[in-house]
Design a protein around this ligand. Structure first.
Ligand code: MIC
Ligand code: SF4
Length: 641
């Protein structure tokens, strides 16, 4: 039986563990990326670990999230990261250069290599035939220090794409269609490998859109084989020497198989407030829109923005629509400026934002009260835009541009031709934005007043008693746990301040209740912690005295972040027990060293009533929990972690 591409790469990179599904393995990491909103914490942790040298071939630090400098805090974070990069020899991408995933794809992605990033959309680079995984900041600090990353050997899901897209259907519609069919839990524990003639028909940036939103499926990562389209892209970026041909064997064995006929895909839309609330647009034509936003790491490529320009050329954006466009990279912006597409966008009435995440993470452009915003982004969680009452819909750039003209959501995209804009034979480069550093041990780290000490991790007592302080439903996102908009993001390195907003979008009394009933337990339903990789969603509950989370199921990155920060991630053995648990119920978890130390399934009591729970983690993770978190664990292990 032949091998999948995923297996071929992982086998080359494996350091320890065996590859049977759900077993923990460690792989060698070739590249890391951080962005600024998770990066400050990751680098505070790196400083604590203080490695003598960086152990990955290529480490990048992008500044793309916290770019509204309304106070000193954000630029202080940038300066902190810039100084860290000089000390450790990490390449620094200045604010304004673009979104980390788009920039990484353009400049550093390499077939066959591994990438670990402190951002959930790191799998975007899977389009380049890489194993690219999103993780918490502490995992990146560890990968930088040791060159390795531990995760569960995944199931490999083969999605065979057949046929070809019929315009205006696009790559965004493909991934929205998959989300409609399989939901935000559909990819948990899986690596998705795309193959088939339909996959070969897609351009590299279309593949990137699909890999990007694999994060919304909960997948560990997604990957495409490499081919002429990969070569073309690398050649355009001036990196043809990085190309290698990578394919699965014809008789490759997969754990699961699905086929999707691209020619049957219609323009799709995700309605509020979850990316899997997907419908064909034909069924919901005609909703009035107030704002249209084109950009984000999902849909801000040269191809996407020239499509928007070609649709908008010589036309006017509807009077009641505010159209905002954030190019994915300064290189894309330069090319649009040079070939006239930028002028056409501006002439139609588009507001051009700087290259970065911008409205995708609520950094400006919050919609009006009860407003409707149509976005080419990947997440539409309630409140994420900065306006709680707004309805956010997710669509392709084609549908976004057409709807901006009409003022209503429409599937009727005018016929357009991107050939009217001359694409250069070589991508324009703005090398002034990348600072390539050589490690300098003597570099002083610049720490502004808003950057606080890392919270202390404490070793748990042998017998724990705690109170239920939160009960929530399914699909609670890390945006719900640690809200992030222009008011919150400047405080990513100030856990005490952020903790006063923890879970307040769902339960505004939570921080107070947690403090008054410390230690506490959080209870929730399925897919707890979906979305962002922000470890603040573990650090802030830990700060408020949360010792365990008991849910029906977890999202992957958040579960690791809980463990790294000493919070015990429990699941109900019998999911119907969720119905019986009430606020302020008393929980007892005894014999920690045996139960946490070695058992997959054990008993706790809820108001003295015995209840079975599960703890499905590796022995390494058990040892981390027994030490109260990863930083304690590595101090105990010394060099051998
Ligand atoms: C997101 O899209 O939610 C973010 C902001 O990029 C996050 C990272 C963060 O919270 O800083 C992510 O996707 O991991
Ligand atoms: Fe930035 Fe949005 Fe992409 Fe997150 S999803 S990296 S906020 S553009």
């Amino acid at each position: 039986m032949g091998k999948s591409l995923t297996l071929k790469i992982i086998e080359k990179k494996i350091i320890s563990g065996d590859l049977s599904p759900t077993n923990e393995i460690a792989i060698k990491i070739d590249q890391t990326l951080t962005q600024d909103s998770t990066g400050t914490m990751a680098y505070l942790q790196l400083m604590r670990i203080n490695p003598s040298e960086i152990k990955v071939k290529n480490a990048l630090a992008y500044v793309d999230h916290n770019m509204l400098q309304t106070g000193f805090e954000n630029m202080d974070d940038h300066e902190f990261i810039r100084s860290i990069c000089k000390k450790y020899g990490i390449t620094y991408s200045k604010p304004g250069n673009g979104v980390c995933h788009q920039l990484h794809l353009e400049n550093f992605s390499k077939p066959g290599e591994t990438l670990l990033g402190s951002d959930s959309h790191t799998p975007t680079c899977g389009a380049m035939g890489m194993i690219a995984i999103g993780a918490g900041g502490l995992d990146i600090a560890t990968a930088l220090s040791t060159g390795k990353y531990y995760f569960k050997a995944p199931h490999i899901l083969n999605i065979k794409l057949e046929g070809e897209l019929i315009p205006p259907a696009s790559a965004k519609d493909v991934i929205l269609f998959i989300l409609k069919e399989y939901g935000v839990k559909g990819g948990i524990g899986k690596i998705i490998e795309y193959t088939g003639s339909g996959a070969s028909s897609l351009s590299l940036t279309q593949r990137a859109t699909i890999c990007n939103m694999g994060a919304e499926l909960g997948a560990t990562t997604s990957i495409f084989e490499t081919d002429e389209k990969t070569y073309e892209y690398l050649d355009f970026q001036g990196r043809s020497e990085d190309f290698i041909k990578l394919k699965a064997d014809v008789d490759a064995k997969y754990d699961q198989f699905i086929s999707v006929d691209l020619s049957s895909i219609k323009p799709m839309i995700a309605k509020p407030h979850n990316p899997d609330n997907v419908y064909e647009i034909a069924n919901i034509n005609g909703i009035k829109v107030n704002q249209v936003a084109i950009g984000s790491c999902t849909n801000s490529s040269y191809e996407d923005l020239t499509k928007a320009a070609a649709i908008l050329k010589n036309k006017k954006v509807s009077e009641h629509v505010s159209l905002v466009i954030a190019p994915g990279s300064s290189s894309i912006l330069s090319m649009l400026a040079k070939n006239g597409a930028l002028c056409d966008l501006i002439d139609a009435g588009a507001r051009i934002l700087e290259c970065g995440c911008g409205p995708c993470i609520g950094m400006g452009q919050a919609p009006n009260t009860n407003g409707v915003s149509l976005r080419t982004f990947n997440r539409n969680f309630k409140g994420r835009s900065g306006t709680d009452s707004a309805d956010i819909y997710l669509v392709s750039p084609e549908v976004a541009a057409a709807s901006a003209l009409k003022g209503y959501i429409t599937k009727d995209v005018p016929v357009f031709d991107i050939g009217i804009y001359k694409k250069p034979s070589l991508a324009m480069q703005n090398s002034g934005f990348f600072i390539r550093n050589i490690a300098d041990k003597n570099q002083k780290i610049i720490i502004g007043p808003n950057i606080k000490e890392l919270p202390v991790q404490s070793i748990p007592n042998e017998n724990l008693e705690f109170n239920t302080v939160f009960i929530g439903g399914d699909n609670i996102s890390t945006d719900d746990i640690t809200p992030s908009d222009s008011k919150m993001l400047p405080f990513r390195s100030n856990i005490e301040y952020l903790s006063s907003f923890c879970l307040t979008r769902i339960d505004e009394d939570f921080p107070k209740r947690a403090k008054n009933n410390n230690p506490g337990l959080i209870v929730a339903g399925e897919n707890y912690g979906q979305g962002s990789s922000r470890e603040h969603a573990a650090l802030t509950p830990a700060f408020l005295g949360i010792k365990a989370v008991l849910v029906k199921s977890f999202a992957r990155i958040h579960k690791s972040n809980l463990i790294n920060n000493g919070i015990i991630p429990l699941t109900f053995e019998n999911p119907s027990d969720y119905e019986h648990i009430k606020m302020l119920d008393k929980i007892k978890l005894s014999d920690i060293s045996i139960n946490i130390g070695s058992k997959d399934s054990f008993q706790i009591t809820i108001n003295e009533i015995p209840t079975k729970v599960r703890l499905e983690i590796s022995q390494r993770e058990r040892d981390i929990l027994l030490q109260g978190g990863f930083l304690n664990y590595i101090s105990m292990k010394g060099e051998n972690y």
